[in-house]
Design a protein around this ligand. Structure first.
Ligand SMILES: [Cu+2]
Length: 160
């Protein structure tokens, strides 16, 4: 019993050592995680066309845990038709994000999401995104998060 408890303690310490550099940028106790805009670390998003940046607030997205991220889209940006295995919740924070459902990106078949608007996209629903101006959206859901492009040739991970 003691051995097992020790093993748990070691695992906890190893975990803490692995995850703390990012986690300590945020303020937290065991029940509350507070992230201010200056805590956000913006990085490239391999699964999206070049130009978008993501900041992970809660995650990681590739594990079976709840995640919350911010995504910054540049002006005149397009994400071709794709779907996800889970429910996608998109809350627009700034700018306008245009979203539509369908197998092909069609700027005439989208809805303009302005700041404060939230879109909830059901799993395996083909949809697309485009912007005219720079925009920031917060996306939350439950991982592991995957992006499945309708046309595999649109997948930026396959273009490298
Ligand atoms: Cu999506």
């Amino acid at each position: 019993m003691k051995g097992r408890r020790f093993a748990y303690a070691c695992a906890a310490i190893a975990f803490a050592v692995l995850v703390t550099p990012a986690a300590w940028a945020q303020k937290h106790d065991s029940h509350m995680l507070v992230t201010t805009p200056k805590d956000l670390k913006w990085v490239d998003v391999p699964s999206l066309p070049p130009g978008a940046k993501v900041a992970v607030i809660e995650g990681p997205m590739n594990e079976a845990v709840p995640f919350t991220v911010r995504i910054r889209f540049p002006a005149n940006y397009k994400i071709p038709a794709h779907s996800h295995e889970g429910t996608e919740h998109v809350t627009v924070l700034s700018g306008t994000v245009h979203m539509g459902t369908g197998d092909k990106l069609d700027t005439k078949k989208s809805i303009a999401l302005t700041p404060g608007t939230i879109s909830i996209m059901q799993p395996k629903t083909n949809h697309f995104v485009w912007t005219g101006e720079e925009a920031v959206a917060q996306v939350h859901g439950v991982g592991p998060w995957v992006v499945n492009y309708v046309n595999p040739a649109d997948d930026p991970r396959k273009k490298k």
